[in-house]
Design a binder for this molecule. Sequence first.
Ligand code: SAH
Length: 211
Amino acid sequence: MESEIEEMLDTLRRGGIRDERVLEAMTTVPRPLFVPARARDEAYADRALAIDCGQTISQPLIVAAVVQALEIRPGDRVLDIGTGSGYQAAVLAASGAHVFGIERVAELAETARLRLREAGFEVPVHVGDGSRGLPDEAPFDAIAVAAAAPWLPPALPRQLREGGRLVIPLHRDGEEMDQLTRLRLVGGRWVTDTLGPCRFVPLIGDDAYPQ
Ligand code: SAH
């Protein structure tokens, strides 16, 4: 197991993960706990893996890149949209964030809750449509969207604080890959940068893809 974690860390470093706190969080969170039993042997491989309900747990490099881009500081309030297996929420919590999860599939939310608790993280996982954000807990210092959206749902930037960061995979019509995009609210202005191409499952909701 230890050598598998070392290999994963090598892959992350080669993939541009420099933030030691993120690397530490990736080491701390037991990824095998968040993957289905049949996939435990390959839990640390740099691949997305199938979880239940036709969804996926993102590959380690993508999770680390998202968390690094969110520039988490201890105590930050972070919204994790598309909590799925709970793995990314766990990495965010291990980075020192106060995490709120939202997942549209109730069954996945329930499993994620149990696993997060088992791993020692206090993360409430709401069942609902994350394309509307989570207004009751806003504002957030950072928002991570783990499913590809056709556009930026306007509710999300509105729920960010000044200085806040938001990472979302955006899918343009006719293009094969999604673009992992980061927005930062700096001095009342939005600064956008592209982190690179990636592949996510669709964000399904009122302000995203239809059911
Ligand atoms: N972060 C997850 C990745 C899960 S894949 C992990 O680490 O395992 C993306 C998840 O987004 C799926 O579980 C899917 O059900 C969920 N999802 C899709 N549309 C959503 C929406 N509008 N609101 C909340 N969750 C959504």
